[in-house]
Write a protein that binds this ligand. Structure first.
Ligand code: HAM
Length: 442
């Protein structure tokens, strides 16, 4: 079970209330990056045949203790766990995979045609020391394929990830890959690891002493200098793979070669979650930012462990804030929704404002993005905003126009304007925008 939380401090600072430590606001500039990532991610997910799933943020604590593994740092140190008013132990999801697997068996999804390909996107919570790229509430996107053992799918998920990076313009990254083997080869490997570290156990940190007893492979995750030094020459998983796992890994690498995805074999890559079998991988930015953009792997035993039915599976998740950070790093322009034809609707007088409200919705239905400043009365200040927002066309609906059933269409770039009947407005705008498009492509 995760450790009991410390008692809250009774000293409350005065002044405005701030966000909880490690939990941050995502402001519009970053939100634009997130929308872009979501668009690229969903485009690929849908064309690769994935369907969406969302699971509750709160799950039974036992799901993660059993699924992620009680010796992992995630369960030992990072879970936001508490009891409900009814006394049930619950945890705010520290990752998606265990919840997706629970949903899979709880909803009888094993009766659907397999494999099942699912995507997700949402908030995840880990009590970690906040720093650049590491938050206590962050967001993950991910994809899971449940019900298929073939190595081609391990490669296809890595392909999915790298294509998404390419679409986003992120090119400086490395794919790190390893195989952890299955239950059969893992026990031999685990023993080899214990034997290797045993003579040095006194020199290792308290966490690693515990790890060696409870889950020896976790030793490779330690960031303490001394433990890393001792681990330097430790046995490697790939040398302990059984025939089946060996062929599986070889096939994954051959598929990656076939689709021209370069990778780096990393024998120390064990991942921080206990459910992995066979292939594991991580994608790292090339500037060694100190964190991975995403990671995943095969988890052929998790479905059976949590739901009693056997179903092999493979998946990945990526940290959305970290991807957004990469977009910022490469100086990706913040694209506003300029590809949607945008007009500014300015109004004057009570009647003009009333009619504008209706016209706003008509324009939206006709496919235009409409900006306005209904709270303002002065035309000058409204046109100033239209200028600032760079909407090429402003529509002016004053008292006179409202009575006549007309509207002024102003070309903000040329500074010219003409009055057109309201009934012909949509037509007129469509013509003007078609013209602009032609000019752009000429
Ligand atoms: P994970 O490696 O624990 O894997 O997390 C996936 C990604 O979430 C990381 O590579 C990182 O980009 C992001 N991430 C993790 N912790 C933080 C944090 N504190 N702040 C910001 N971003 C963070 C999983 O969660 C597995 N469920 C992946 C998977 C799916 N395996 C199979 N299917």
């Amino acid at each position: 079970m995760p450790k009991e939380p410390k008692k809250p401090s009774s000293k409350k600072p005065q002044g405005p209330i701030q966000s909880v430590k490690g939990m941050r606001d995502i402001l519009p500039d970053e939100m634009r990056f997130l929308e872009r990532i979501r668009k690229a991610f969903l485009n690929i997910a849908v064309s690769y045949g994935f369907e969406g799933i969302e699971t509750p943020i709160l799950e039974d604590t036992d799901l993660f203790v059993r699924g992620v593994g009680k010796a992992t740092d995630v369960v030992q140190k990072q879970m936001f766990s508490f009891r409900t008013k009814g006394g049930d132990p619950v945890t705010m999801r520290p990752e998606y995979t265990a919840g997706v697997v629970r949903a899979y068996y709880e909803n009888g999804m094993f009766n659907l045609p397999q494999p099942l390909k699912l995507w997700y996107w949402g908030p995840v919570f880990r009590y970690e020391r906040p720093q650049a790229g590491r938050h206590r509430q962050f967001h993950q996107l991910g994809a899971e394929i449940i019900g298929e053992i073939n190595a081609v799918l391990d490669a296809q998920l890595i392909q999915f990830f790298t294509i998404m990076l390419k679409e986003l313009g992120i090119t400086a990254y490395t794919v790190e890959i390893n195989s952890l083997g299955c239950k059969v080869c893992r026990s031999g490997y685990r023993q080899a690891v214990v034997n290797y570290f045993r003579p040095d156990i006194r020199k290792m940190c308290p966490d690693c002493k515990r790890r060696l007893k409870e889950s020896p492979l976790r030793v490779f995750e330690c960031d303490k200098e001394k433990c890393r030094e001792i681990a330097e020459k430790a046995p490697q998983t790939v040398d302990h793979l059984c025939q089946e796992c060996h062929s599986h890994f070889k096939e994954v690498l051959e598929y990656l070669d076939e689709i021209d995805i370069p990778y780096h074999l990393n024998p120390k890559l064990v991942r921080g979650l206990d459910y992995y079998t066979k292939t594991v991988f991580e994608i790292w930015p090339e500037d060694q930012a100190g964190y991975a953009l995403g990671g995943g792997g095969r988890y052929d035993n998790l479905v059976e462990m949590l739901g009693e039915k056997m179903a092999p599976a493979v998946g990945f998740s990526a940290g959305i804030e970290r991807l957004a950070g990469e977009l910022k790093k490469i100086g990706a322009p913040i694209v506003k929704d300029k590809d949607i034809p945008t007009v500014f609707l300015a109004q004057l007088g009570e009647l003009g404002r009333k009619k504008s409200l209706k016209l706003f919705e008509e324009l939206r239905r006709a496919g235009f993005r409409v900006m306005e400043s209904f709270g303002r009365n002065s035309i000058k200040s409204q046109l100033k905003i239209a200028n600032r927002e760079e909407t090429g066309i402003a529509l002016i609906l004053g008292q006179k126009e409202a009575l006549d059933g007309t509207i002024i269409v102003r070309d903000m770039t040329a500074g010219t304007q003409e009055t057109v009947p309201l009934s012909k407005l949509i037509n007129e705008l469509q013509k003007r925008f078609a013209l602009t498009e032609t000019n752009k492509s000429a």
